[in-house]
Design a binder for this molecule. Structure first.
Ligand SMILES: C[S@@+](CC[C@H](N)C(=O)[O-])C[C@H]1O[C@@H](n2cnc3c(N)ncnc32)[C@H](O)[C@@H]1O
Length: 322
């Protein structure tokens, strides 16, 4: 059964965030959540099939392998929330394992309406599932899911795909602590974390040969043109992936190929770019497997189990709220 997605209560303002990010002194930046409009969500789906981007396949291999073990470790009846579900393809393995035991309510929380619709379509054929989507930011959505939980249910939250890596390390722990505050003792969080790997492999994963990741990144400027009436000339910006070895992350930037001025009327903004200047659009932090135990503790969880994919180093971590 699918209950139609709950309509958004937008708590963010694209124009304000674009103005703030592009008028910063020093490094210009835009929040990565804006990469995911309809076009961006469709392009991310294609990225997940690219040979260079092994992350999604590793995550899926692990979920398939550990689904029954995870369900065995969960405390009794659960309601399931997924933060940033995307298409929900990989989540099928866990939901099927849960639904084999009990009818299950699944609440995907997504900022992208088209991703949420994809997810609902993808998973609606599972027996004994009820799906209610929340078009919300992560924590707003989770608060609403927590308000829907029944007294005899634990919450089981999933945050897959190493989306945690889009936060810098300290902000990632703060985010997990915010999630913990919404949960009750005994609730669980399944956290996917991409592990450190050689720079060459990472750079290819974020700058593929046929240019899908470049299109995903450049679509952010196209989105500003579409929604804020701006005049970015996309041919004058280039997608760049960079390793930040100090932060242990891969960064995506959009680099201005020449000196230029861009007008963004709906944000009441005129932006000057020097040749070679970049807009920082996303970071993907990479982890050591052991590091996750400390992150969990700092945020008020304990790590009950960890599964690692050896082919594309990636860890699935089952955290329990203390
Ligand atoms: C890296 S993708 C991962 C998708 C999926 N979980 C996977 O593993 O393939 C991140 C997803 O989170 C969503 N997202 C990004 N920022 C968000 C936010 N602040 N609140 C809710 N959803 C967000 C995006 O729309 C996107 O679908």
């Amino acid at each position: 059964m699918i209950v139609p997605a709950i309509t958004p209560n937008a708590t963010y303002d694209f124009a304000d965030d674009v103005r703030a990010g592009l008028s910063r002194r020093g490094q210009k930046e835009l929040p990565s959540k804006y990469l995911y409009d309809d076009v961006g969500s469709a392009l991310f789906e294609v990225i997940s099939y690219l040979p260079e981007y092994g992350l999604t396949r590793a995550d899926e291999r692990l979920l398939r392998r550990c689904a029954d073990e995870v369900v065995d470790l969960l405390a009794g009846l659960v309601a399931v929330a997924e933060l940033g579900s995307g298409s929900g393809k990989k989540t099928r393995w866990l939901l099927e394992a849960l639904c084999r035991r009990h009818p299950t309510s699944y609440y995907p929380v997504e900022i992208s309406r088209s991703a949420l619709l994809m997810c609902e379509r993808e998973l609606s054929d599972i027996d004994s599932i009820s799906i209610v989507g929340f078009e919300r930011e992560y924590l707003d959505g989770l608060l609403e899911v927590a308000a829907h939980r029944q007294r005899n249910q634990h919450l089981f939250v999933m945050f897959l795909g190493s989306t945690i890596g889009n936060f810098d390390r300290d902000a990632g722990v703060k985010f997990l602590a915010e999630v913990r505050r919404i949960l009750e003792p005994g609730d669980s969080l399944l956290l996917g974390t991409d592990l450190e790997k050689p720079s060459v492999q990472l750079l290819k994963a974020y700058d593929d040969e046929i240019g899908v990741t470049a299109a995903f990144n450049l679509n952010l400027l196209a989105r500003i043109n579409r929604e804020l009436d701006a005049d970015f000339d996309l041919s004058q910006f280039a997608h760049v992936a960079r390793i930040n070895s100090q932060a242990r992350s891969v960064e995506m930037h959009l680099e201005s190929k020449r000196r230029q001025t861009v007008r963004i009327p709906a944000a009441d903004l005129r932006v000057e770019f020097a040749e070679g200047e970049t807009i920082w659009t996303e970071s993907s932090h990479k982890y050591a497997a052991k590091e996750v135990f400390q992150m969990a503790l700092s945020a008020g969880f304990s790590c009950q189990a960890q599964w690692i994919d050896e082919e594309w180093p990636f860890a699935e971590n089952l955290l329990v709220a203390e």
